[in-house]
Ligand binder design. Structure first.
Ligand code: S3P
Length: 436
Protein backbone atom coordinates (compact mmCIF):
# COMPACT_ATOMS: atom_id res chain seq x y z
CA UNK A 1 0.00 0.00 0.00
CA UNK A 2 1.60 3.30 -1.02
CA UNK A 3 1.97 5.72 1.87
CA UNK A 4 3.56 8.65 0.11
CA UNK A 5 3.79 10.01 -3.38
CA UNK A 6 6.89 10.14 -5.54
CA UNK A 7 9.16 13.08 -4.79
CA UNK A 8 10.44 13.43 -8.36
CA UNK A 9 8.76 16.54 -9.80
CA UNK A 10 6.95 15.81 -13.05
CA UNK A 11 5.57 18.55 -15.27
CA UNK A 12 2.26 18.68 -17.06
CA UNK A 13 1.32 21.00 -19.87
CA UNK A 14 -2.23 22.33 -19.71
CA UNK A 15 -3.67 23.78 -22.90
CA UNK A 16 -6.52 26.31 -22.91
CA UNK A 17 -10.02 24.92 -23.39
CA UNK A 18 -13.13 26.19 -25.23
CA UNK A 19 -15.64 24.70 -22.81
CA UNK A 20 -16.08 22.22 -20.00
CA UNK A 21 -18.68 19.47 -20.28
CA UNK A 22 -19.41 15.95 -19.13
CA UNK A 23 -20.62 13.69 -16.41
CA UNK A 24 -18.78 11.60 -13.82
CA UNK A 25 -18.79 10.09 -10.34
CA UNK A 26 -15.80 11.09 -8.26
CA UNK A 27 -13.68 8.81 -6.06
CA UNK A 28 -14.57 8.71 -2.39
CA UNK A 29 -14.12 11.61 -0.01
CA UNK A 30 -10.65 11.87 1.54
CA UNK A 31 -11.86 13.04 4.96
CA UNK A 32 -14.51 10.32 5.29
CA UNK A 33 -12.11 7.62 4.03
CA UNK A 34 -9.56 8.51 6.74
CA UNK A 35 -12.17 8.21 9.49
CA UNK A 36 -13.61 4.95 8.13
CA UNK A 37 -10.10 3.46 7.83
CA UNK A 38 -9.22 4.38 11.42
CA UNK A 39 -12.50 3.45 13.07
CA UNK A 40 -12.78 0.17 11.11
CA UNK A 41 -9.26 -0.72 12.22
CA UNK A 42 -10.23 0.01 15.81
CA UNK A 43 -13.67 -1.69 15.75
CA UNK A 44 -14.60 -5.36 16.12
CA UNK A 45 -15.43 -7.25 12.93
CA UNK A 46 -14.89 -6.66 9.22
CA UNK A 47 -16.00 -3.39 7.59
CA UNK A 48 -16.40 -3.08 3.83
CA UNK A 49 -16.09 0.22 1.98
CA UNK A 50 -16.93 0.81 -1.63
CA UNK A 51 -15.66 3.92 -3.43
CA UNK A 52 -12.92 4.37 -0.80
CA UNK A 53 -10.63 7.30 -1.68
CA UNK A 54 -7.97 6.51 -4.26
CA UNK A 55 -5.73 9.27 -2.85
CA UNK A 56 -2.38 8.44 -1.26
CA UNK A 57 -3.34 10.12 2.04
CA UNK A 58 -6.18 7.79 3.13
CA UNK A 59 -3.97 4.88 2.04
CA UNK A 60 -1.39 6.17 4.53
CA UNK A 61 -4.08 5.83 7.20
CA UNK A 62 -4.88 2.28 6.05
CA UNK A 63 -1.18 1.35 6.11
CA UNK A 64 -0.80 2.73 9.65
CA UNK A 65 -3.83 0.76 10.84
CA UNK A 66 -2.36 -2.37 9.23
CA UNK A 67 0.92 -1.75 11.04
CA UNK A 68 -1.06 -1.69 14.32
CA UNK A 69 -2.80 -5.02 13.73
CA UNK A 70 -5.78 -4.34 11.46
CA UNK A 71 -6.16 -6.52 8.35
CA UNK A 72 -6.71 -4.64 5.09
CA UNK A 73 -7.79 -6.43 1.92
CA UNK A 74 -8.82 -5.11 -1.47
CA UNK A 75 -11.79 -6.99 -2.91
CA UNK A 76 -12.25 -5.50 -6.39
CA UNK A 77 -13.27 -1.87 -5.79
CA UNK A 78 -14.12 -2.62 -2.18
CA UNK A 79 -11.70 -2.30 0.73
CA UNK A 80 -12.28 -4.67 3.62
CA UNK A 81 -10.81 -3.78 7.02
CA UNK A 82 -10.85 -6.27 9.88
CA UNK A 83 -10.47 -4.39 13.14
CA UNK A 84 -8.49 -5.03 16.29
CA UNK A 85 -11.44 -5.02 18.68
CA UNK A 86 -10.22 -1.83 20.36
CA UNK A 87 -6.66 -3.10 21.01
CA UNK A 88 -4.06 -1.69 18.65
CA UNK A 89 -0.65 -3.28 18.75
CA UNK A 90 2.64 -1.42 19.01
CA UNK A 91 4.03 -1.21 15.45
CA UNK A 92 7.42 -2.76 14.62
CA UNK A 93 8.61 0.46 13.01
CA UNK A 94 7.66 4.13 12.61
CA UNK A 95 4.13 4.93 11.45
CA UNK A 96 4.78 6.74 8.18
CA UNK A 97 2.00 9.27 7.55
CA UNK A 98 3.48 10.42 4.23
CA UNK A 99 2.01 13.85 3.38
CA UNK A 100 -1.10 13.38 5.51
CA UNK A 101 -1.80 15.74 8.43
CA UNK A 102 -5.15 13.99 8.99
CA UNK A 103 -3.41 10.64 9.50
CA UNK A 104 -0.92 11.98 12.01
CA UNK A 105 -3.25 14.21 14.03
CA UNK A 106 -6.27 11.94 14.21
CA UNK A 107 -4.24 8.78 14.90
CA UNK A 108 -2.47 10.57 17.76
CA UNK A 109 -5.85 10.64 19.51
CA UNK A 110 -6.64 7.03 18.64
CA UNK A 111 -3.35 5.62 20.01
CA UNK A 112 -3.02 7.91 23.05
CA UNK A 113 -4.91 5.46 25.31
CA UNK A 114 -3.42 2.29 23.82
CA UNK A 115 -0.59 0.20 25.28
CA UNK A 116 2.80 0.78 23.73
CA UNK A 117 4.93 3.40 22.05
CA UNK A 118 3.93 4.83 18.68
CA UNK A 119 6.37 6.92 16.66
CA UNK A 120 4.95 8.93 13.76
CA UNK A 121 6.96 10.29 10.83
CA UNK A 122 6.08 11.96 7.56
CA UNK A 123 7.48 13.69 4.51
CA UNK A 124 9.24 17.05 4.43
CA UNK A 125 5.96 19.01 4.32
CA UNK A 126 4.27 17.08 7.12
CA UNK A 127 7.25 17.30 9.47
CA UNK A 128 7.10 21.11 9.16
CA UNK A 129 3.40 21.35 10.12
CA UNK A 130 2.16 22.36 13.61
CA UNK A 131 1.42 19.48 15.99
CA UNK A 132 1.21 21.40 19.31
CA UNK A 133 -2.48 21.87 18.54
CA UNK A 134 -3.11 18.18 19.28
CA UNK A 135 -0.40 17.67 21.91
CA UNK A 136 -1.95 20.25 24.26
CA UNK A 137 -5.49 18.84 24.58
CA UNK A 138 -4.32 15.22 24.50
CA UNK A 139 -1.77 15.87 27.26
CA UNK A 140 -4.43 17.50 29.38
CA UNK A 141 -6.28 14.16 29.13
CA UNK A 142 -3.17 12.38 30.43
CA UNK A 143 -1.44 11.48 27.15
CA UNK A 144 2.35 11.47 26.80
CA UNK A 145 3.47 13.04 23.53
CA UNK A 146 6.95 14.14 22.48
CA UNK A 147 7.52 16.48 19.52
CA UNK A 148 10.61 18.10 18.06
CA UNK A 149 10.12 21.89 18.22
CA UNK A 150 6.38 21.41 17.91
CA UNK A 151 6.70 19.11 14.90
CA UNK A 152 6.93 15.45 13.94
CA UNK A 153 8.62 13.05 14.40
CA UNK A 154 6.05 12.57 17.14
CA UNK A 155 6.21 9.87 19.80
CA UNK A 156 3.05 8.91 21.68
CA UNK A 157 3.39 6.69 24.74
CA UNK A 158 0.05 5.10 25.52
CA UNK A 159 -1.40 6.10 28.91
CA UNK A 160 -4.65 6.04 30.85
CA UNK A 161 -6.75 9.03 29.81
CA UNK A 162 -9.43 11.10 31.55
CA UNK A 163 -12.17 12.93 29.72
CA UNK A 164 -11.89 16.72 29.37
CA UNK A 165 -13.94 19.79 28.64
CA UNK A 166 -12.12 21.20 25.66
CA UNK A 167 -12.70 24.60 24.08
CA UNK A 168 -10.71 24.38 20.87
CA UNK A 169 -8.88 27.61 20.08
CA UNK A 170 -8.54 26.61 16.41
CA UNK A 171 -11.22 25.78 13.84
CA UNK A 172 -9.81 22.35 13.02
CA UNK A 173 -11.72 19.13 12.42
CA UNK A 174 -8.47 17.22 12.83
CA UNK A 175 -7.97 18.58 16.36
CA UNK A 176 -11.62 17.90 17.23
CA UNK A 177 -11.27 14.36 15.89
CA UNK A 178 -8.07 13.64 17.85
CA UNK A 179 -9.87 14.61 21.07
CA UNK A 180 -13.00 12.61 20.15
CA UNK A 181 -10.93 9.48 19.37
CA UNK A 182 -9.10 9.84 22.68
CA UNK A 183 -12.32 10.65 24.57
CA UNK A 184 -13.87 7.44 23.24
CA UNK A 185 -11.30 5.49 25.27
CA UNK A 186 -10.95 7.82 28.28
CA UNK A 187 -12.59 7.47 31.68
CA UNK A 188 -15.52 9.82 32.26
CA UNK A 189 -17.02 12.19 29.75
CA UNK A 190 -15.47 14.49 27.17
CA UNK A 191 -17.03 17.62 25.76
CA UNK A 192 -15.79 19.82 22.93
CA UNK A 193 -16.67 23.30 21.69
CA UNK A 194 -15.29 24.78 18.48
CA UNK A 195 -14.84 28.44 17.50
CA UNK A 196 -16.51 27.66 14.16
CA UNK A 197 -18.42 24.53 13.27
CA UNK A 198 -16.00 22.39 11.24
CA UNK A 199 -16.68 19.32 9.11
CA UNK A 200 -18.58 16.75 11.20
CA UNK A 201 -17.59 13.48 9.50
CA UNK A 202 -16.08 12.13 12.74
CA UNK A 203 -19.34 12.62 14.60
CA UNK A 204 -21.29 10.77 11.87
CA UNK A 205 -18.67 8.03 11.55
CA UNK A 206 -18.48 7.43 15.32
CA UNK A 207 -22.27 7.09 15.49
CA UNK A 208 -22.26 4.77 12.45
CA UNK A 209 -19.76 2.47 14.20
CA UNK A 210 -22.05 2.40 17.24
CA UNK A 211 -20.74 5.13 19.56
CA UNK A 212 -23.07 7.50 21.32
CA UNK A 213 -22.41 11.20 21.22
CA UNK A 214 -24.68 14.20 21.54
CA UNK A 215 -24.60 17.83 20.50
CA UNK A 216 -26.06 20.04 23.26
CA UNK A 217 -25.67 23.78 23.77
CA UNK A 218 -23.16 24.00 20.95
CA UNK A 219 -20.92 21.36 22.56
CA UNK A 220 -20.27 17.75 21.63
CA UNK A 221 -20.56 15.34 24.54
CA UNK A 222 -19.41 11.74 24.68
CA UNK A 223 -18.79 9.13 27.38
CA UNK A 224 -15.54 7.22 27.41
CA UNK A 225 -15.14 3.44 27.41
CA UNK A 226 -17.26 2.86 24.30
CA UNK A 227 -16.69 0.02 21.84
CA UNK A 228 -17.21 0.07 18.06
CA UNK A 229 -18.65 -2.46 15.62
CA UNK A 230 -17.84 -2.87 11.92
CA UNK A 231 -20.01 -1.29 9.21
CA UNK A 232 -20.52 -1.53 5.44
CA UNK A 233 -20.54 1.82 3.65
CA UNK A 234 -20.18 3.57 0.32
CA UNK A 235 -17.92 6.59 0.54
CA UNK A 236 -19.54 9.64 -1.11
CA UNK A 237 -17.63 11.43 -3.89
CA UNK A 238 -15.20 14.07 -2.65
CA UNK A 239 -16.59 17.63 -2.67
CA UNK A 240 -13.09 19.10 -2.37
CA UNK A 241 -12.05 17.23 -5.54
CA UNK A 242 -15.32 18.29 -7.21
CA UNK A 243 -14.37 21.90 -6.40
CA UNK A 244 -11.81 21.96 -9.22
CA UNK A 245 -14.33 20.89 -11.84
CA UNK A 246 -17.11 23.05 -10.40
CA UNK A 247 -14.83 26.08 -10.68
CA UNK A 248 -13.83 25.02 -14.21
CA UNK A 249 -17.49 24.94 -15.20
CA UNK A 250 -17.79 28.57 -14.06
CA UNK A 251 -15.18 29.60 -16.60
CA UNK A 252 -17.26 28.84 -19.73
CA UNK A 253 -20.65 30.12 -20.82
CA UNK A 254 -21.87 26.85 -22.29
CA UNK A 255 -20.44 24.53 -19.64
CA UNK A 256 -22.43 21.59 -18.34
CA UNK A 257 -21.19 19.28 -15.59
CA UNK A 258 -23.05 16.43 -13.90
CA UNK A 259 -21.53 14.89 -10.75
CA UNK A 260 -23.05 11.66 -9.44
CA UNK A 261 -22.92 10.25 -5.91
CA UNK A 262 -21.26 13.40 -4.58
CA UNK A 263 -20.87 13.98 -0.83
CA UNK A 264 -23.10 16.89 0.19
CA UNK A 265 -22.59 17.01 3.93
CA UNK A 266 -23.74 20.55 4.87
CA UNK A 267 -20.44 21.23 6.67
CA UNK A 268 -18.67 20.64 3.34
CA UNK A 269 -21.18 22.11 0.90
CA UNK A 270 -20.63 25.87 1.36
CA UNK A 271 -18.87 25.76 -1.97
CA UNK A 272 -22.23 25.21 -3.68
CA UNK A 273 -23.47 28.55 -2.27
CA UNK A 274 -20.27 30.22 -3.49
CA UNK A 275 -20.70 28.71 -6.97
CA UNK A 276 -24.25 30.09 -7.08
CA UNK A 277 -23.14 33.51 -5.80
CA UNK A 278 -20.48 33.61 -8.54
CA UNK A 279 -23.05 32.99 -11.26
CA UNK A 280 -23.32 29.20 -11.55
CA UNK A 281 -26.66 27.41 -11.81
CA UNK A 282 -26.89 24.29 -9.67
CA UNK A 283 -29.63 21.69 -9.87
CA UNK A 284 -29.85 18.97 -7.22
CA UNK A 285 -31.14 15.89 -8.97
CA UNK A 286 -31.22 13.37 -6.13
CA UNK A 287 -30.11 13.39 -2.49
CA UNK A 288 -29.94 10.43 -0.10
CA UNK A 289 -28.45 9.77 3.31
CA UNK A 290 -26.13 6.99 4.45
CA UNK A 291 -24.53 6.78 7.92
CA UNK A 292 -25.39 10.46 8.44
CA UNK A 293 -23.66 11.58 5.22
CA UNK A 294 -25.65 13.12 2.36
CA UNK A 295 -24.97 11.81 -1.16
CA UNK A 296 -26.50 13.34 -4.26
CA UNK A 297 -26.30 14.13 -7.96
CA UNK A 298 -25.85 17.72 -9.08
CA UNK A 299 -25.86 19.44 -12.44
CA UNK A 300 -23.96 22.69 -12.84
CA UNK A 301 -23.65 25.20 -15.66
CA UNK A 302 -22.77 28.85 -15.84
CA UNK A 303 -25.43 30.01 -18.20
CA UNK A 304 -25.38 33.34 -19.97
CA UNK A 305 -24.59 35.67 -17.08
CA UNK A 306 -21.00 36.64 -16.38
CA UNK A 307 -18.75 35.32 -13.66
CA UNK A 308 -19.19 37.39 -10.50
CA UNK A 309 -16.65 38.12 -7.77
CA UNK A 310 -17.06 37.33 -4.09
CA UNK A 311 -15.81 38.27 -0.60
CA UNK A 312 -15.00 35.33 1.67
CA UNK A 313 -14.24 35.77 5.38
CA UNK A 314 -15.11 34.57 8.89
CA UNK A 315 -16.82 31.20 9.24
CA UNK A 316 -17.05 30.78 5.47
CA UNK A 317 -13.25 30.86 5.15
CA UNK A 318 -12.92 28.07 7.73
CA UNK A 319 -15.56 25.94 6.01
CA UNK A 320 -14.06 26.47 2.54
CA UNK A 321 -10.45 26.12 3.63
CA UNK A 322 -9.57 23.37 1.10
CA UNK A 323 -11.43 25.09 -1.74
CA UNK A 324 -9.91 28.57 -1.37
CA UNK A 325 -6.89 27.93 -3.65
CA UNK A 326 -9.05 27.09 -6.67
CA UNK A 327 -11.48 29.95 -5.98
CA UNK A 328 -8.48 32.31 -5.87
CA UNK A 329 -7.02 30.77 -9.04
CA UNK A 330 -10.14 31.59 -11.09
CA UNK A 331 -10.60 35.01 -9.43
CA UNK A 332 -8.91 37.04 -12.23
CA UNK A 333 -11.72 35.98 -14.60
CA UNK A 334 -14.49 37.32 -12.35
CA UNK A 335 -16.05 40.72 -12.96
CA UNK A 336 -15.64 42.06 -9.44
CA UNK A 337 -12.58 40.23 -8.08
CA UNK A 338 -12.22 37.99 -5.04
CA UNK A 339 -11.20 39.00 -1.50
CA UNK A 340 -10.30 36.32 1.03
CA UNK A 341 -9.66 36.99 4.74
CA UNK A 342 -9.56 35.01 8.03
CA UNK A 343 -7.78 32.21 6.21
CA UNK A 344 -4.44 32.22 8.04
CA UNK A 345 -4.66 28.43 8.37
CA UNK A 346 -3.87 28.28 4.65
CA UNK A 347 -0.28 29.12 5.58
CA UNK A 348 0.16 25.85 7.50
CA UNK A 349 -1.41 23.40 5.07
CA UNK A 350 0.64 21.05 2.84
CA UNK A 351 2.36 24.28 1.73
CA UNK A 352 1.95 27.97 2.52
CA UNK A 353 -1.03 28.14 0.21
CA UNK A 354 -1.39 31.94 0.38
CA UNK A 355 2.22 32.46 -0.72
CA UNK A 356 1.99 29.86 -3.50
CA UNK A 357 -1.33 31.13 -4.86
CA UNK A 358 0.12 34.66 -4.99
CA UNK A 359 3.36 33.47 -6.64
CA UNK A 360 1.57 31.40 -9.27
CA UNK A 361 -1.08 34.02 -10.10
CA UNK A 362 1.78 36.47 -10.70
CA UNK A 363 3.61 33.87 -12.82
CA UNK A 364 0.54 33.84 -15.06
CA UNK A 365 0.47 37.63 -15.28
CA UNK A 366 -2.19 38.50 -12.69
CA UNK A 367 -2.19 41.36 -10.25
CA UNK A 368 -2.76 40.21 -6.64
CA UNK A 369 -2.24 41.64 -3.14
CA UNK A 370 -1.08 39.31 -0.38
CA UNK A 371 -2.36 39.62 3.20
CA UNK A 372 -1.27 37.70 6.26
CA UNK A 373 -4.66 35.96 6.39
CA UNK A 374 -5.75 36.02 2.76
CA UNK A 375 -5.45 37.87 -0.54
CA UNK A 376 -7.17 40.28 -2.94
CA UNK A 377 -7.41 39.41 -6.61
CA UNK A 378 -8.92 42.16 -8.80
CA UNK A 379 -11.37 41.00 -11.45
CA UNK A 380 -11.40 41.56 -15.20
CA UNK A 381 -7.85 40.28 -15.71
CA UNK A 382 -6.34 38.07 -18.38
CA UNK A 383 -3.88 35.31 -17.62
CA UNK A 384 -1.10 34.17 -19.92
CA UNK A 385 0.30 30.66 -19.87
CA UNK A 386 3.23 30.39 -17.48
CA UNK A 387 5.22 28.06 -15.31
CA UNK A 388 3.41 27.08 -12.13
CA UNK A 389 5.19 25.72 -9.04
CA UNK A 390 2.93 23.31 -7.14
CA UNK A 391 5.28 23.28 -4.13
CA UNK A 392 4.40 19.54 -4.22
CA UNK A 393 0.99 20.55 -2.85
CA UNK A 394 -1.88 18.64 -4.47
CA UNK A 395 -4.42 21.44 -4.25
CA UNK A 396 -2.05 24.03 -5.75
CA UNK A 397 -1.24 21.73 -8.71
CA UNK A 398 -4.94 21.19 -9.44
CA UNK A 399 -6.08 24.79 -8.79
CA UNK A 400 -3.69 26.21 -11.39
CA UNK A 401 -4.51 23.49 -13.91
CA UNK A 402 -8.04 24.93 -13.80
CA UNK A 403 -6.89 28.56 -14.20
CA UNK A 404 -4.80 27.37 -17.17
CA UNK A 405 -7.98 26.38 -19.05
CA UNK A 406 -8.70 30.08 -19.64
CA UNK A 407 -5.12 31.33 -19.99
CA UNK A 408 -3.72 32.58 -23.27
CA UNK A 409 -1.14 29.94 -24.23
CA UNK A 410 -0.01 26.74 -22.56
CA UNK A 411 0.78 26.44 -18.86
CA UNK A 412 3.37 24.14 -17.38
CA UNK A 413 2.58 22.73 -13.93
CA UNK A 414 5.73 21.66 -12.06
CA UNK A 415 5.12 18.96 -9.48
CA UNK A 416 1.80 18.01 -11.08
CA UNK A 417 1.92 14.48 -9.67
CA UNK A 418 1.26 15.88 -6.18
CA UNK A 419 -2.40 15.62 -7.25
CA UNK A 420 -2.21 11.90 -6.40
CA UNK A 421 -2.29 12.82 -2.70
CA UNK A 422 -6.05 13.32 -2.92
CA UNK A 423 -7.07 12.79 -6.56
CA UNK A 424 -4.84 10.56 -8.76
CA UNK A 425 -7.39 10.58 -11.61
CA UNK A 426 -7.50 14.39 -11.80
CA UNK A 427 -5.58 14.91 -15.06
CA UNK A 428 -7.37 12.03 -16.83
CA UNK A 429 -10.77 13.48 -15.94
CA UNK A 430 -9.61 17.00 -16.78
CA UNK A 431 -8.70 15.86 -20.31
CA UNK A 432 -12.10 14.22 -20.69
CA UNK A 433 -14.10 17.21 -19.49
CA UNK A 434 -12.16 20.06 -21.12
CA UNK A 435 -13.45 20.75 -24.65
CA UNK A 436 -10.55 21.82 -26.83
C1 S3P B 1 -9.59 17.79 7.38
C2 S3P B 1 -9.63 18.99 8.05
C3 S3P B 1 -9.01 20.22 7.53
C4 S3P B 1 -8.70 20.11 6.04
C5 S3P B 1 -8.03 18.80 5.69
C6 S3P B 1 -8.92 17.64 6.08
C7 S3P B 1 -10.25 16.63 7.98
O1 S3P B 1 -7.80 20.43 8.23
O2 S3P B 1 -7.90 21.19 5.61
O3 S3P B 1 -7.79 18.73 4.29
O4 S3P B 1 -10.42 15.60 7.29
O5 S3P B 1 -10.62 16.71 9.16
P1 S3P B 1 -7.73 21.17 9.66
O6 S3P B 1 -8.38 20.30 10.67
O7 S3P B 1 -6.27 21.35 9.95
O8 S3P B 1 -8.45 22.47 9.45
Amino acid sequence: MSSSHSTVPASRIIQPARSFRGSLALPGDKSISHRYAMLAGFASGTSRFSNFSTGADPHSSLACMEAMGAKVETEGRTIAVTGTGGKLSQPDSDLNCGNSGSTMRMLAGLVAAQQGTFRFTGDESLTARPMERIRKPLESMGAKIALVNGHAPMTVIGSELQGIEFDSPIASAQVKTAVLFAGLQASGSTSIAEPVRTRDHSEHALRAFGAELQRRDDRLHMMGGQTLQAIDATVPGDMSSAAFFLCASLLFEDSNLVLDALGMNPTRASLLDVITAMGGNIKMLDVQEQHGEMIGTIQVNRGRGGLRGIDISGQLSAQLIDELPVIAAIAPFTAGGVRIRDAKELRVKESDRIALVVKNLRAMGAEVTEHEDGLDVPGGQRLHGGTVDSGMDHRIAMAFSIAALRAEGDTEIHGAEASSISFPEFFTYLDELAVR
